[in-house]
Design a protein. Structure first.
Length: 763
């Protein structure tokens, strides 16, 4: 059996050394600039793009050998009439006269501390500097150019959606996908052209307007929910951009040129409005330009920089090695630290918009090698798979990135809950809500998942596809995540208006859907265990989820819940079966279900009791059940959505977790120059599942919580040192470090929470 490495050496002496000053004044993240990405040569094309963004608007930017700056613009809510998440567009910025090529003394730096890209090139007497950033507080992209000699800046709108185009192939979650058809298409998917705006005084612009909607009405009719009232989420959705510049003229409808000067300011305003006519969109973006332009650029940048300073100071993990400088451990420690910081950066660049992070590329897709389309393409298409979508969010409480979690809670927990509740009653004739594994952002099943047979002719109203037919753990996971969010933030308004109503509907579904046996325990059949085992009784993911959610709810303060709620939770808790176990080679371990057959995929669902539900951890009784299940698992891997790395960390297997993690951070897309564009793996580049596991694994190695208990460095390898600031339940913030195996608690806020720090039960 693998040896447990559990090094929690915190003592009462460390507590006495706590600084008495205010926590926020003690330390800042001084290490973050170490992870800046610096290139000393330009890129040939989009494969050399660097990401930027403000949480809603994204850039994939690169500088070509000519000195031209080029970038794609993405957005979290730019859904077209087929529900595909489109890029806003592509822009090129050129200088006249052209710089001398090859570019001399070229340096391109992505400063993650303030989310800027700074490009410098040229001789000492003819140097050019370009600064690119997306305002953290306003929907505007800013380009600042300074040069030793006067130049013209030429800004070109490089649209590629210029005429109607029928896609030759579509992905599984595209609304017209039909697996029964030879070409997998129920009908054509037509990409509509963008509209170039004219008669704009001193500016250029374009928009995309959905004049039709293909998907919501069609899906609703086939899936039997046409009488559920809602606004069509696609029809009349309008998105686009307007480009302005100081002292500029319009040379044609796609080109803006500035006067000769040694400095240029170019602003690109980006907007989505739904529902809206093109004129309504134009009126709205005109007001946006007017209001934002009144704020001096330097003032906006000061506020922008402050947002990013606050972001980096609220949390960090910096890993170093305590071995000789030429050892493998030194490089691995740096790569892990950089990967953690860059992935958290990418989460912030694309995680504050109207919709949750897309696991298959976020809003940073480009036309990668082997893709059948342009930058709008992503493998698996526009839909949301819960088991993928969750992974970027699993580490956000520990890093204090609570603002990034709101789009996830809003879409699933607020906007779609009425539909989930309605569909449960109509399909299954009982109250509560189940959440399908696969949904479009408006909540309907994928066409591929539900099929094309008319609703009225179906005896079984659930989806026919066995891949997710009875996979209902998503509601339990989200409820658990919501309660954890409350535990960390103590946001009682969120608890009572979002988390508790959501959890009630999810638990009601399970209570109503399954009957009890002679022992009063639920018999969950038919069921499945993740996508892997299709013929199950009492699957581990759902059993562990029910246990974790009811336990978390019953641990809430009584003054925040009602007697009726607590009575329901207590009664349901008595009905939940024990965690499934099995005997293999004479050893007892966690099992995928009480009974399981028909293996179809490569997950290890027995480990759900460890992650995400944390019922089995190294510092708890029964940890050996999780360890044995891990050692005897049938599937192995540390890429994409596989999360054995996290499980190893929660089970105290420091060396195993480190080995999996270091392998993972070296596995970025070799078609991409950027070192944190993971993938494609199972999904697409940049793979946010892969990056989410990086964050959660390192956090679980550094700090774990169990109720009010906080364990420092519970799964930390002997050859690594570290310094961290992480968050814990109760609005707790912990600063700690480890040097040569010795742990020091630097600070805990609030100061009365030092007592939460515990010694490990296992040595």
């Amino acid at each position: 059996m693998m040896k447990l490495h559990l090094r929690l050496l915190f003592t009462s002496v460390a507590i006495n050394l706590l600084l008495a000053t205010g926590f926020a004044q003690i330390r800042t993240n001084t290490e973050i600039t170490k992870y800046n990405v610096i290139w000393n040569s330009p890129g040939e094309n989009y494969k050399s793009s660097m990401p930027l963004g403000n949480g809603d608007i994204s850039l994939n930017a690169w500088v070509e050998p000519s000195g031209d700056l080029v970038f794609y613009i993405g957005k979290t809510d730019s859904w077209d009439d087929y529900g595909r998440l489109l890029k806003i567009g592509r822009v090129r910025v050129s200088l006249n006269p052209k710089p001398e090529v090859p570019l001399i003394s070229f340096v391109q730096t992505q400063n993650i501390s303030d989310a800027t890209i700074l490009v410098k090139f040229g001789k000492a007497d003819n140097e050019t500097e370009i600064k690119l950033w997306v305002d953290a507080n306003n929907p505007v992209i800013q380009i600042e150019i300074r040069s030793s000699q006067p130049t013209e800046a030429i800004v070109t709108n490089e649209l590629w959606r210029t005429e109607k185009l029928e896609l030759p192939s579509i992905e599984v979650s595209d609304v017209m996908f039909d697996w029964k058809k030879e070409n997998r298409q129920h009908g054509p998917t037509i990409v509509e052209p963008d509209s170039i705006l004219s008669n704009l005084a001193g500016s250029i612009g374009w928009l995309h307007h959905n004049r039709k909607s293909v998907g919501p009405e069609m899906c609703a009719e086939i899936q039997g929910i046409s009488d559920f009232e809602r606004i069509d989420p696609l029809l009349h959705r309008t998105f686009g951009a307007i480009i302005t510049a100081e002292n500029a003229i319009v040379t044609d409808k796609k080109t803006l040129k500035t006067e000769y000067s040694v400095q240029h300011q170019i602003s690109i305003f980006v907007l989505t409005k739904h529902p809206a006519s093109p004129q309504q969109w134009l009126d709205s973006i005109g007001k946006l330009v007017l209001v934002t332009s009144k704020i001096p650029v330097n003032e906006r940048f000061t506020s922008h920089k402050k947002w990013w300073e606050d972001f980096w100071n609220r949390s960090w993990i910096n890993v170093t090695s305590n071995t000789p400088e030429d050892s493998v451990s030194v490089n691995d420690a740096f790569l892990v630290s950089r990967a953690y910081s860059l992935q958290r950066f990418i989460n912030a660049l694309g995680g504050r918009g109207a919709y949750p992070i897309k696991f298959n590329g976020s809003i940073f897709t480009v036309p990668f090698a082997g893709s059948p389309g342009d930058a709008d393409y992503r493998r698996w298409g526009p839909g949301y798979w819960w088991q993928n979508t969750r992974l970027p969010y699993t580490g956000m409480c520990s890093s204090g990135d609570f603002d990034l979690m709101k789009p996830l809670f809003k879409m699933y927990g607020n906007d779609l809950l009425p539909l989930f509740r309605y569909r449960t009653q109509k399909f299954l004739d009982h109250p509560g809500a189940f959440i399908p594994e696969c949904v479009y952002f408006w909540g309907d099943y994928f066409s591929e998942t539900y099929g094309w047979e008319p609703f009225e002719s179906r005896a079984d109203k659930l989806q026919p596809s066995g891949w997710h037919k009875y996979e209902w753990v998503s509601g339990l996971e989200l409820a658990f995540m919501m309660i954890e969010y409350y535990d960390y933030t103590q946001d009682t308004n969120f608890l009572q208006k979002t988390a508790l109503p959501f959890a009630h509907e999810i638990l009601t579904f399970f209570d109503q859907h399954y009957k009890t046996n002679e022992f009063g325990k639920l018999v969950m059949r038919p069921s499945q265990s993740a996508e892997t085992w299709w013929d199950c009784t009492n699957p581990m993911p759902e059993i562990a989820g029910l246990r974790a959610v009811t336990k978390a709810l019953l641990n809430l303060p009584n003054d925040l819940t009602s007697a009726e709620q607590r009575s329901f939770w207590q009664l349901l808790e008595t009905k939940i079966p024990d965690l499934p176990t099995r005997i293999k080679n004479g050893t007892k371990m966690l099992a995928p279900a009480d009974s399981f057959a028909n293996k179809m995929n490569v997950e290890n669902p027995e480990l759900y009791a460890v992650f995400p539900f944390k019922l089995i951890m190294a510092n708890q009784t029964g940890a050996e059940l999780g360890q044995e299940a891990l050692f005897h698992r049938e599937e192995y891997g540390n890429s994409g959505w596989r999360n054995e790395d996290v499980v190893m960390a929660y089970l105290g297997l420091a060396d195993s977790a480190r080995n999996y993690l270091t392998g993972r951070v070296k596995n970025f897309d070799k078609n991409s120059r950027y070192p944190a564009f993971w993938g494609p793996n199972y999904d697409w580049t940049p793979d946010q599942c892969h990056g989410g596991v990086i964050i959660k694994t390192l956090q679980a190695m550094a700090l774990q919580t169990d109720g009010d208990k906080i364990y420092l460095f519970p799964s930390w390898p002997a050859d690594w040192d570290a310094d961290f600031r992480l968050h814990a339940p109760g609005n707790t913030i912990v600063d700690a470090k480890i040097r040569d195996g010795k742990t020091t608690l630097l600070d805990v806020y609030p100061t009365g929470h030092q007592k939460k720090i515990q010694k490990s039960k296992i040595k």
